[in-house]
Design a protein around this ligand. Structure first.
Ligand SMILES: [Zn+2]
Length: 761
């Protein structure tokens, strides 16, 4: 390269950096990423009109309508809501229909939890109605408290308290000399997705599992309880799914992949997602007599909750009789699918979704997000009347069956998998919404794009942009000066990676559609999750009571949809992706070093007699087992691939910056490039899937095997290290390296296509 070119490049990249980092406020003159100057101006005008439309009064009345009766899968009101939503979409000018699927949906026939020793107590398993809350008394339509996809069972056994019931808790019990073999465990909610608790309990030989809500976590310790305050009352129960989707697959437990006729099909008797032991949820009102009947050693400090008792771990003398029997029938889910056909690029789809089914009345979960999505759809209908014609096709989905296991979205995604892989530009999800800060997570190619959208939406409490408020929160919450410096040097807020827990899962983990999950929160306290008290009364007293954050969610998600649907060049950016993969790689390397240090330290302390010296014979604690040495792993294939990815991402950014003026407004030149970009997230997939769980094809993000909703990034490598499967970890490093090198080559070739097309125009 000649020095003249070098100078040109460094000036160009400086200019680029300035443009890229341009703060909010000066942005009005800068065209939107992927838009020509003229198109950007028109787009901003439409977005301004759009953002004025979402109406807090309509958000409120829609929520009141949709939450008026219980509407879990299989109820008349679930179907009624779907039909009401369908009619609304049609009224607003959308082309809409309902797609139905029959799914396994067990409902409880018999539930018993009783203490048989040292005294008798029978758990109520019942949430009482509250006089001031009108829908809490709709007893005949409320789904009883239970965990869907628990196996049937009838067991009597000694009780053991296992804290949160995550693997480390069992390590601690082992040191205390307590086994759960043949026992029923009682775990508290929190620190992992609920389905992990019966899974880990069964792996340790337990025969039953109870999960209760401790007031320390979402009850009186936090604030007043409902109806005086927002927190969980003594008899409030968290229902929920315990389908073991992280180690098998989400969606209907009977179908591995409904879009693939050759994929395995199961019965309720052999479906891998059904728990191995029976499990039921409890209120703290029901849990307290069980816990206070436990003797044995005191629970360790960090295990104690806020009940007015001494927390012992047992086993015994408490003995519990647990019965779970369900009706294992099929029920129908109703997905409402609505579309605005694209004017010039109908084969490129922007997909948006939020579920509509609830455990009971579900004002917060999911209707606070659903009504925002509906306001977007109403506003877009209004824009259509005013002459707006999106370039691309927009598809809005009101999912059914999210609560039991993402049934509606997963099945729809699988059945339409081929089309989605070809046509879907992105999937934008939301779920519950509350007051506070914008939280966003998802595919890193959309990080810069979404920050741009969030800079153009005003926060209702502070009147700063929702992006700025979120950025400042990150600085305020940073723990180290280095973290703060890093955040201040970066204009974009980092996108968190997606695990699972809502309807984006099939899109990102199986289909490779770039996905986002959006929602506001952080200021609303809530202890009504998945109970009969999650209703209109609660939401309008303790949630986003004036619906201004519902409006902000509609403004944010709707603007994102419109901006993606109308862009000339899809505003994907790979530098945040490369940056994220670099960060995750470093985390895995640090994790390995930590494992090595801990193994060395533990073995040294065993040798020195530290554990023996510290042991109190009256409260004995066994020494841990000696640790097997942790080998060094060769991260070079991954480190090299991260460098390649970084270079190609920079190449792409340069190519876009230098050719924008020439390319934009030339649909023929852009069409093949956009088509390539639509496939870009699929370069992160490997058809063979993750080790031991082939449904999950994304090699960058997956729900954790032992966290559930919580994400594991670079899951093959990271979980290989965590599970001490060294050979597997090393081969996953190599596989990921190959995958990322191929992705880098794809990004380079797309950048070259842009350069090529730009010189031709
Ligand atoms: Zn939800």
């Amino acid at each position: 390269m000649t020095s003249r070119w070098t100078r040109w490049f460094s000036m160009a990249s400086l200019l680029l950096a300035i443009l890229w980092l341009a703060p909010a406020g000066t942005g009005q003159e800068t065209p939107l990423d992927g838009y020509s100057v003229a198109d950007s101006k028109t787009q901003r005008e439409w977005e301004t009109k759009f953002q004025a439309l979402p109406d807090t009064k309509i958000l409120r009345s829609s929520m009141e309508r949709l939450s008026a009766r219980p509407h879990n899968v299989g109820t008349p009101y679930d179907k009624d809501n779907a039909e009401w939503i369908l009619a609304k979409f049609k009224e607003w000018g959308w082309d809409a229909h309902i797609e139905t699927f029959d799914v396994l949906y067990p409902t409880p026939k018999r539930r018993v939890v009783e203490l048989t020793a040292p005294y008798r107590f029978t758990a109520k398993l019942e949430e009482p109605d509250v006089a001031v809350d009108p829908t809490s008394s709709q007893k005949s339509e409320q789904l009883p408290t239970y965990h869907i996809y628990s196996i049937d069972g009838d067991v009597t056994a000694p009780l053991v308290y296992v804290n949160y019931g995550v693997p480390e808790d069992y390590d601690q019990l082992e040191r205390m000399g307590v086994s759960v073999k043949g026992a029923i465990v009682i775990a508290r909610y929190g620190h992992s997705w609920r389905g992990i608790k019966p899974k880990v309990a069964a792996e340790h030989g337990a025969v039953g599992c109870l999960i209760y809500s401790d007031p320390r976590d979402d009850g009186y310790y936090e604030d007043n309880v409902f109806p005086k305050g927002p927190m969980r009352p003594p008899d409030g129960v968290q229902r929920g799914s315990v389908e073991d989707f992280p180690s098998s697959f989400p969606g209907d437990p009977l179908w591995f992949d409904r879009g693939d006729p050759s994929a395995p099909h199961y019965t309720a008797a052999n479906a891998p997602g059904i728990t191995k032991i029976p499990v039921l949820p409890l209120s703290y009102g029901d849990a307290q007599p069980l816990l206070s009947a436990l003797a044995g050693q005191m629970a360790p400090d960090g295990w104690r909750g806020a009940l007015p008792i001494s927390y012992h771990v047992g086993p015994g003398p408490a003995s519990v009789h647990l019965v779970v029997q369900s009706d294992w029938g099929l029920k129908t889910v109703y997905d409402v699918i609505a579309r605005i056909p694209g004017a010039s690029e109908p084969d490129e789809w922007v997909v948006r979704g939020n579920h509509q089914d609830a455990w009971v009345n579900g004002a917060d979960d999911p209707l606070s997000g659903q009504v925002a999505m509906l306001e977007e759809a109403r506003a877009m209908g209004e824009l259509l009347r005013q002459g707006w014609r999106p370039k691309r096709t927009i598809i809005y989905c009101a999912w059914d069956g999210e609560e039991p296991g993402l049934l509606g979205s997963t099945t729809w995604g699988e059945v339409h998998g081929k089309e989605l892989r070809e046509h879907a530009v992105a999937y934008i999800n939301s779920d519950s919404n509350a007051r506070g800060f914008l939280f966003f997570s998802g595919s890193h190619v959309l990080e810069h794009f979404l920050n741009g959208v969030a800079r153009d939406v005003e926060d209702p409490e502070t009147q700063m942009s929702v992006q700025e408020r979120r950025r400042l929160l990150a600085i305020g919450n940073a723990r180290t000066p280095a973290e703060r410096a890093e955040l201040r040097g970066r204009s974009d807020v980092r996108l968190q990676a997606l695990g699972s827990g809502s309807d984006y899962t099939v899109f990102i983990d199986r289909l490779g559609v770039a996905s986002l999950n959006l929602g506001f929160g952080g200021e609303t306290r809530s202890g009504i999750y998945h109970s009969i008290y999650d209703d209109f009364y609660w939401y309008t007293h303790f949630g986003d009571t004036n619906f201004v954050y519902g409006r902000a969610l509609a403004q944010t998600a709707g603007t994102a949809v419109m901006r993606l649907a109308d862009a000339d060049l899809l505003p994907f950016d790979f530098t945040a992706l490369a940056d994220a993969v670099r960060t995750y790689t470093k985390e895995c390397e640090d994790q390995l070093r930590k494992e090595q240090d801990e193994a060395r330290e533990r073995n040294l302390e065993l040798k020195e007699g530290v554990y023996r010296a510290m042991n109190d014979p009256e409260h004995p604690l066994l020494p841990p087992k000696g640790a097997a040495p942790v080998p060094y792993l060769n991260f070079a294939p991954l480190d090299n691939a991260v460098d390649a990815l970084t270079h190609s991402a920079e190449h792409y950014r340069r190519a876009v910056a230098r050719s924008n003026g020439n390319l934009l407004g030339s649909p023929e030149a852009l069409r093949p490039i956009n088509a390539a970009l639509i496939q870009s997230e699929q370069h992160l997939l490997d058809a063979a899937g993750l080790p031991h769980r082939p449904w999950y094809r994304n090699m960058l993000y997956a729900p954790g095997l032992y966290t559930g909703y919580g994400v594991k990034t670079l899951p093959g490598v990271r979980e290989g290290i965590e599970q001490r499967q060294w050979q597997e970890a090393e081969s996953e490093i190599a596989r990921l390296g190959r995958l990322l090198n191929a992705d880098a080559a794809f990004i380079d070739s797309t950048a070259r296509e842009i350069e090529q097309a730009a010189t031709e125009h």
